[in-house]
Design a protein around this ligand. Sequence first.
Ligand code: BGC
Length: 404
Amino acid sequence: MDKFFWGASTSAHQVEGGHHNDWTEWEKKNAECLSYEAQKKQFPWYITQTFPNPHHTENYISSRAADHYNRFKEDFDIAKSLGHNAHSFSIEWSRIEPEEGKFDEKEIVHYRKVISALRARDIEPFVTLWHWTLPVWLRDKGGVLAGDFPKYFERYAKKLAESFPEVRFWMTINEPEIFSRHAYFIGNWPPQKTGIINFYRCQAKLIHAHRKAYRILKSTNPSAQVGVRIDPLYFEAPSWPTSWILKFFADRVWNFHFVRHVRKSLDFIGINYYFHNRITWWFGKNKNKSTTDMGWEIYPEGIYHVLKSFKKFNLPIYITENGLADAQDKNRGEFIKNHIKWIKKAMSEGALVRGYFHWSLLDNFEWDKGFWPRFGLVEVDYKTMERRVRQSAKEYSKIIKENF
Ligand code: BGC
């Protein structure tokens, strides 16, 4: 078997700290008027979980996050000590291009150091261009729906490709469907637009942007491998033909839509797996025997079905995210073990899985939910910024050693 990549994933906004982008501005507003109670009122059907300390506004402001911007070497030392041979992270667009068309060389040097620090530890960097946050100038032009968004994205991609020729694995966009859903359909993320038309306009822009970025990344560095990270669900249709019909459309509209439209501009598919959805006469009848701190069902078998359903694209697959909020670290070890067991089964039946990245290396800022959900293999004390390796990280490390 080719070298299998084992590691964990992070995103710039969730761990670096010290940002100024569309989210940081929105977070302040969100903290004041959209904290837990208000969110529940606005989205009663959507917000089902219980938040500890819902009224602490500082929970909702990313601020220093996990201070990874200053502590990346220490964090990579931990990843190395756990046996990781790859790491997935994203670059913050608002750092690279804080003003329209003006690139900040100092930040490019910073990310060069990040990449070298990984290479020095024999850890392969998997780099995402965009994990949802926008420079403020771009937000002011209309964000993703701006007429020229694909061109801006292409220019940014070109700058990154030229600045970091040593990167072999690029991923253009994180979860275009989740972003379109929350920012342009439900409207609980910035810029809080709603409706099905906005949802599809957003997806269309991201498809266009991906294709352009793919072309420029490949022409700058033909040996680079370029993919996208999507978030497919396992739609289970246990009962009658009507649920099979629903499953057919759900798979098509949610799981395969993006990949089908960019199929010719992909060297691999990044899959983030979190959810199962059991269809009876409608969606969402999960048994929820075991759930995460956020009330999400734990259903490892789903990853097997998702992987099998993506076999038809005949492309290498990396599991670019898979994880859970589990502050007490009660379920994480088993969660990892069981998901890997099902991945292995899918591989034995022909799924081309080439790597697994747990979400996340560190506790981090969970978007509109703030800091309370704890996704890290490594616990972060947000007061002192001290790191503590969780027991489950050591269990994951044992799996890595066995390498299947
Ligand atoms: C996102 C991450 C997020 C994770 C847990 C994924 O969909 O890419 O940014 O932290 O889910 O909610």
